[in-house]
Design a protein around this ligand. Structure first.
Ligand code: FES
Ligand code: FE
Length: 417
């Protein structure tokens, strides 16, 4: 890297990040080594494991991971590769299984990862099974907070609670949206973007771009009678520690938890008022109002984004090269929710947030356009995220949250150098 990665001048309220860090292979490898290989990473949600044998298999930070619920109710994460000669043990994305059989030579594993059976087992020593040489290998650490399951490949990682710092309050707030608990809705969104993953970090907590990038969506809402309230976009951004940040703001669109818009009619008004009433009784007026009226875009370092907006989504994204990332998105919803609320929630999930909706394609275009612009990095070496540095308490559409991310990113990347 020819340039300093992050340039900060407090006296001039300037914060600049090097564009080379979006295109450099050297930085990309360091990001795996110093960030994805050491941080806590979101892996799954507790609601995906209702009974023993429930499993999900997904790619997390370039590893194939299998997460299962054992017969004793424990949730474990394993490397999804056969200890025999390497084949992928579980080739389905999710489901329920009593055992997992490797298709190559037929070894069979229990939901606790232990080798249960191997064709030709008389060719192996007694110790082979007894001492666990044939078991699936566990991911070093797994922990759950408020229903969110995280893993880390770092044996020495701090506790998940310490890592989450101020983000815990926001995860608690999401978990408490319904007395029935929260659950991932079946299915997921998966797509790729030809851009550096940090651009999506920035974009996911960028309150500045909505009016220009998403003009088509806002226009569409304006032209659909009753889709907007006369509430302005207004709010603040907060540093939650350890690279985590949040924007919390009011917005004119409807929220199935629990903010009504005229489009939902009188019947919808009653339904929203019932949801609201339950929140007030259970959590008190102040928290209920915050949950119902405020939108939140939460960033948990390095790459979990929770958008609690007109729907509630979780999103992770991993780079496969400096200029390419794979994104996964899930909808989270109250376990028990009326058909009415679920319908609006899911249509919002698709309409605004989905890869074929009104927002994501515009964001993808913006991110790919930035990545393209970075080709000029030798002549235009820095991007600017100074907005709001001159304020005590930055607004939701300032860039504090990006500076929070980049400061943590820089600290981790430069550790030991
Ligand atoms: Fe799995 Fe041989 S590689 S049984
Ligand atoms: Fe956007």
């Amino acid at each position: 890297m020819g340039n300093q990665i992050v340039l900060v001048d407090e006296s001039k309220h300037l914060y600049k990040v090097s564009r080379e860090s979006f295109i450099s292979n050297e930085v990309f490898e360091k990001e795996y080594e110093k960030i994805f290989d050491t941080c806590w990473l979101y892996a799954a949600h507790e609601s995906e494991f209702n009974k023993s044998g429930d499993f999900v298999a997904r790619t997390i930070a370039r590893r194939n991971i299998l997460i299962t619920k054992s017969n004793t109710g424990e949730i474990n994460a394993f490397f999804n590769t056969c200890p025999h000669r390497g084949a992928t043990v579980c080739r389905d994305k999710s489901g329920n299984a009593k055992t997992f059989q490797c298709f190559y030579h037929g070894w069979v594993f229990g939901c606790d990862g232990k080798l249960k059976n191997q064709p030709g087992s008389d060719s192996y020593s007694k110790e082979f099974v007894e001492e666990g040489y044939g078991n699936l290998i566990k991911v070093p650490k797994i922990a759950t907070y408020a229903g969110f399951i995280f893993i880390t490949f770092n044996e020495d990682a701090e506790s998940l609670e310490d890592y989450l710092a101020g983000a815990k309050e926001y995860l608690d707030m999401i978990a408490s949206q319904s007395p029935s608990g929260m659950a991932i809705v079946d299915g997921s969104q998966e797509y790729a973007i030809r851009a550096n993953w940090k651009l999506l970090v920035e974009n996911s907590v960028d309150g500045y771009h909505a009016v220009s990038t998403h003009a088509t969506y806002l226009e569409y809402l304006k032209n659909t009678n009753g889709s907007l309230n006369s509430v302005a976009l207004n709010g603040k951004s907060y540093n939650l520690g350890n690279g985590h940040a949040v924007l919390e703001y009011t917005a004119p669109w409807g929220r199935p938890i629990a903010s009504w818009i005229p489009l939902w009619g009188e019947d919808g008004k009653q339904k929203i008022s019932d949801i609201r009433q339950e929140l007030v009784e259970r959590l008190g007026e102040e928290t209920a109002e915050r949950i119902a009226e405020k939108n939140r875009n939460i960033l948990i370092f390095p790459n979990l984004v929770i958008n609690d907006i007109m729907a509630l989504t979780l999103r992770t994204f991993y780079p496969t090269s400096p200029d390419y990332m794979v994104v996964n998105g899930w909808a989270l919803a109250p376990k028990e929710e009326s058909e009415w609320a679920r319908k609006y929630r899911l249509s919002n999930f698709l309409e605004f947030l989905g890869p074929g909706g009104f927002a994501t394609p515009d964001d993808v275009e913006a991110l790919e356009s930035c990545q393209n612009g970075f080709k000029n990095f030798k002549h235009v070496p820095y991007s600017d995220i100074s907005k709001g540095m001159n304020r005590e308490s930055p607004s939701y559409d300032d860039e504090l949250q990006m500076r929070v991310f980049w400061s943590q990113w820089k600290e981790r990347i430069s550790k030991g150098e």
